[in-house]
Structures are given as structure tokens and as C-alpha cells.
Design a protein. Structure first.
Length: 555
């Protein structure tokens, strides 16, 4: 249908063009979903539908748009419409612990988080407070313990900053540094004659040393450290995010759920209206914790770090086959192995043991107890929206059981094309002490900081256990599970091994690639941009390239 002059004039404020077959929509936040919802049932295009059904007397008919989206989302339950509308949201001064509750909802949302790799956290605000979250603590003595020990942690973090930076300056004095700030190749400061180039070199050097200092010290920051998160998501994502926040045991998360609901109700109200507490999942969580405490408490808890590939249990397969070469016996044995592995995935998040030991325990069980475990994990589903958690995603072609520092998890968990599960953050797996700390002569304050954090963790565990993870440090080790297909892993390990990456997650991704190569060398060979070099100065090259870009912009 061709538009007349009046139609083009009315549509102009809402379309980037009013004639071409491809166009973007603007100035219609909160209404786009309802208008696009008509696509599937209207004989005309979006422009004509907007004119005919949503513009009355030369103005948008907000009431009709509201009624339509209400009918589609609420009455008909068409979840896909929730993906046609989106919003930008900011969370400021929330704990690192809360950022992970938010970012764990991976599909439909795109977060960007304030980085501990570039920012110092030892400064106090106008009220003389360090930047850490202060939860409501019922016991006054415990509240004082929390503040005193957190202050001590941040004070020690600050005391290490300048000595570490001085040490790094001595390892790489500015006179010996090489940077390609002018696009002619790496040069020393003494080689540069132009004042702008010299200033660019000096700035690059300062940022190189600062970011290396941040990289070394970030492991000493507790999860109470406050950060900012920017987030774009569609309506369905935000509905589930609010539900997840409301369902959390963490009071901070519940409060953020309230605020998220209130603010999004101002811009996309219909898309968050159905958010609710996940009572179904809360009940499963309680039942699973009790079951695992009963049946897995005695499993050996390995404190060593490292990454293991999770393969089928071939010894179990051979035993189950009983030496038979019959194809049906092979299939039956494989199905039993896969069933035990799937059940182990259900237990994994609630246990304190490697995947392999959990699976071996389940293999020894009678079928009745295995069925009991499965029934507990599925719970009592009352609607199709009652869905068990991520253990049902088990079965990716590449799966790993990892023990890494928390900071590695923080960086890698953002790769959403895969699955992951985490075990409770308890500091009994030890702390990943950076080598540079000993070399700079800072082991004494570093150990004191770690001991203070672990002491606070125990205080909180005894007094108000849901708060204990605030005292967990980014450098504390944790156990977690990662499952991906080849394409997703290729993207992650190639991206996260570039020279500007943090050394610890670079090593983790290099190890993941080696583990694939051990069993599937041809598949690993296809991931040919994985960088296995050891890089000490992560940010220098990247900062130099930034100076080149700035010079072009300024010219």
C-alpha cells in the first residue's frame, strides 16, 4: 500500500525512512512490541498497521497499544512477543556478588560491567567509606565485625598498591619500555622527537603499569566490592531476571528485584508484569540440599586446582557391557552411563566434590535411589513454566570440571552459548596468590588480607550464613562446570587468549584448548587462533594501539 503525503508525515517521527523496505523504528519504546505483534495476523506492513490501528486523529493511540499488548502477553501468554521490546537499565554501586546473580541470566540480555582490571578500589567516598556493600546484619557485634574486617581488607589492598607499582616500574622502567604509539613499529621514548608522540608514549606506559597492578591486586577484592553494571535486555529476559532476583536468598538481590520492577514498569510495564517468585525452584533447591547433605557429605574434597575434561566413564561402560560386543549391549551400557552422568550434573551444584567422584557414587546406587534423585530435581511441576535448573543442559560435546580463581569464572561466565554450574563459594579450596606479590616483597600484608577475609567468612557463616559470600575474595578458588560445543568454545578460547587478556583466564583457556587437543586433535586444530604464548605485560600493546587511534581522531 503506497502512503500518501499525510501518512508519510505522520510516520516520519517513528521511522528512519517511510518508503524503503528496510527501516528502523524510533520514539516508540514500550509500544513497539504491541505494534509488531500485529505482523503475524495483519495483511499489511508495519507502517500501514501503525497508521490504521494505532494513530487516531493524528496522534498515537496509547490506550489501544496498551490493550493489545495486555491481551497478547497476559491473556494469550505469547512469550515471544516479550522479545520484541527492550530497555536499557543501569545498576550502580551493587556488590560483585549481586552482579553475578544478574549476569547468570544469560539469554536475552547483554551486560557490561565496571572492570576491576582498570580501577583502583582503595579510595574512600565523601562519607569516608570504602566502596563495599553493607548488608543489613541483625547482630550488632557481627555488624561491627563486618565493617572492621572489610575496612581492614581494603586498607591492606591500598597499602599494597604503591609498593607493587614501584616494583613493576623497576621491572620495566620507562626508559626501557617499547611501544608502537606512532604506527612505525615499537620504539623507545628516547627515539621520539614529537611532543605529542612522547606524551602518548608516557600515557601508554602509565596505563600499562596501572593495569598490570590492577590485574595482580584484583584477586584481593572481596565480593562485597561495589561495581556498576549496564544492561540491555528484551522484555522476556527482564521478566525472568526480576523473578530470579525476587527468588534469591540474598536480601540485596531481592531489593534490586523490587527496584528493577519499579523502573522497568515506567518504560515497558506490560513486559515485566508477570514476574513472580519462583516458588517451584526454591522448593527444589531446599530438597536437593538436604538430599545431597545426606548422601554426599563424606566425598573427598580435592583442594588442588586445575581443569579436567569430562568424558564418558569408559571403565563403567566396559563393566556394564560385561565383555559383550553386541550392539544392543553397547547401547544399553552407554545409556546407563549417560543416565548416571545426567544425575551427577543434578547433584554437582549442591556438592563439594569433583564431578567424577559424584558420578561414581551414583553408579553404585540402586535404581530406586537414582529415581528418587531425579524426582527431587524435577520437583512438582504445575505448569510448563516450571522448569528445572541447568543440570538438564548436561550433554554438550565438550564438558569440563574446573577449579580456578573466582576472577576467571567472572570473566568466562559471560560467554552465554553454553552451560555452566557452580558449587558454593567456600574458601576451602585455597587462594591463588599472584607470583608478583612475593617478588615485590608483599607476602605479609597479602597473607594478612586473605586471613582477614577468611576469618570474616567464618564469622558470617556462623552468624548469618546467607551473607558469607560477601567475604569471598576474587582470588579464592572455586569449582565449576562448563559445557560447550566446538563453535562456542572456539570463540571463547580464541578471544580470551589474546595478549591483552588477564593472565589467569588466558591460562585457563589455554588449558581448555590443550584438553580438547589430547582427545580430538583435529577439532582443536580448527581453533587455530588460540594464543599459547606467555605474556607478562597484558595491556601495553593494546594501549599503544589506542594511542594510534586517538592520534587519527585528533588529526
Amino acid at each position: 500500500m503506497a502512503l500518501d503525503e499525510q501518512g508519510r508525515r505522520l510516520l516520519a517521527p517513528y521511522m528512519t525512512n517511510v518508503e524503503d523496505q528496510v527501516f528502523a523504528i524510533k520514539n516508540l519504546q514500550g509500544m513497539v512490541g504491541s505494534i509488531m505483534a500485529r505482523y503475524s495476523r495483519a495483511e499489511t506492513g508495519l507502517r500501514e498497521t501503525l497508521l490504521r490501528e494505532f494513530i487516531q486523529e493524528d496522534q498515537l493511540d496509547l490506550e489501544r497499544a496498551s490493550q493489545l499488548i495486555e491481551r497478547v502477553l497476559i491473556a494469550y501468554g505469547d512469550d515471544s512477543v516479550g522479545e520484541l521490546e527492550g530497555a536499557h537499565l543501569s545498576f550502580e554501586d551493587i556488590s560483585l556478588l549481586a552482579t553475578k546473580v544478574i549476569e547468570h541470566r544469560r539469554i536475552g540480555g547483554s551486560p557490561i560491567e565496571q572492570s576491576t582490571r582498570y580501577i583502583r578500589f582503595d579510595f574512600k567516598n565523601d562519607q569516608g567509606r570504602y566502596r563495599y556493600y553493607r548488608p543489613t546484619i541483625e547482630n550488632p557485634d557481627l555488624a561491627n565485625q563486618y565493617q572492621n574486617k572489610m575496612d581492614q581488607i581494603f586498607t591492606l589492598y591500598g597499602q599494597m598498591w604503591q609498593p607493587l607499582q614501584d616494583y613493576l616500574n623497576s621491572v620495566k622502567p620507562i626508559e626501557a619500555a617499547l611501544y608502537n604509539v606512532a604506527g612505525r613499529g615499537e620504539e623507545r621514548l628516547a627515539d621520539l622527537q614529537d611532543d605529542k608522540e612522547r606524551k602518548a608514549f608516557e600515557r601508554t606506559y602509565r596505563m600499562d603499569i596501572k593495569t598490570k597492578t590492577c590485574d595482580v591486586l584484583r584477586g584481593f577484592l572481596p565480593l562485597a566490592t561495589q561495581a556498576n553494571v549496564g544492561l540491555f535486555g528484551n522484555g522476556r529476559y527482564f521478566q525472568h531476571l526480576i523473578s530470579k532476583l525476587w527468588s534469591s536468598d540474598l536480601a540485596e538481590a531481592k531489593q534490586l528485584g523490587d527496584k528493577t520492577f519499579a523502573e522497568l514498569s515506567k518504560v515497558i510495564p506490560h513486559y515485566v508484569k508477570r514476574a513472580r517468585v519462583y516458588c517451584y525452584n526454591q522448593e527444589i533447591d531446599q530438597n536437593m540440599r538436604a538430599f545431597v547433605a545426606l548422601h554426599f557429605q563424606d566425598l573427598a574434597h580435592e583442594a588442588n586446582g586445575g581443569i579436567r575434561r569430562i568424558d564418558p566413564d569408559f571403565a563403567f561402560l566396559a563393566s556394564a557391557m560385561g565383555g559383550s560386543g553386541d550392539p544392543f549391549a553397547i547401547q544399553a551400557a552407554y545409556d546407563r552411563e549417560m543416565e548416571c552422568s545426567a544425575l551427577a550434573a543434578m547433584v554437582y551444584s549442591y556438592a563439594r566434590a569433583p564431578f567424577q567422584l559424584i558420578r561414581q557414587r551414583i553408579q553404585s546406587w540402586p535404581e530406586s535411589r537414582q529415581q528418587e534423585l531425579r524426582a527431587l530435581y524435577y520437583g512438582q511441576r504445575k505448569t510448563r513454566r516450571d522448569r528445572p535448573e541447568r543440570a538438564l543442559e548436561f550433554g554438550y560435546p565438550l564438558q569440563f570440571d574446573l577449579v580456578t580463581e573466582w576472577g576467571v569464572y567472572k570473566d568466562l561466565m559471560r560467554h552465554r552459548m553454553g552451560t555452566m554450574q557452580i558449587q558454593d563459594w567456600v574458601p576451602d579450596l585455597g587462594f591463588e596468590m599472584p607470583e608478583e606479590i612475593a617478588e615485590a616483597g608483599l607476602l605479609s600484608p597479602a597473607n594478612q588480607l586473605v586471613e582477614t577475609a577468611e576469618s570474616l567468612f567464618q564469622d558470617l557463616d556462623r552468624g548469618q550464613s546467607e551473607l558469607r559470600s560477601y567475604a569471598f575474595l576474587q582470588g579464592h578458588r572455586m569449582r565449576w562446570f562448563l559445557g560447550m560445543n566446538d563453535r562456542a568454545l572456539m570463540h571463547m578460547v580464541e578471544l580470551r587468549t589474546t595478549v591483552q587478556g588477564h593472565p589467569n583466564y588466558r591460562k585457563a583457556c589455554q588449558d581448555l584448548h590443550r584438553l580438547v587437543e589430547e582427545r580430538f586433535p583435529q577439532r582443536a586444530a580448527g581453533m587455530n587462533f588460540v594464543n599459547h604464548e606467555t605474556v607478562f605485560w597484558s595491556r601495553g600493546e593494546s594501549e599503544a594501539r589506542q594511542r594510534q587511534k586517538e592520534a587519527k581522531f585528533e588529526s
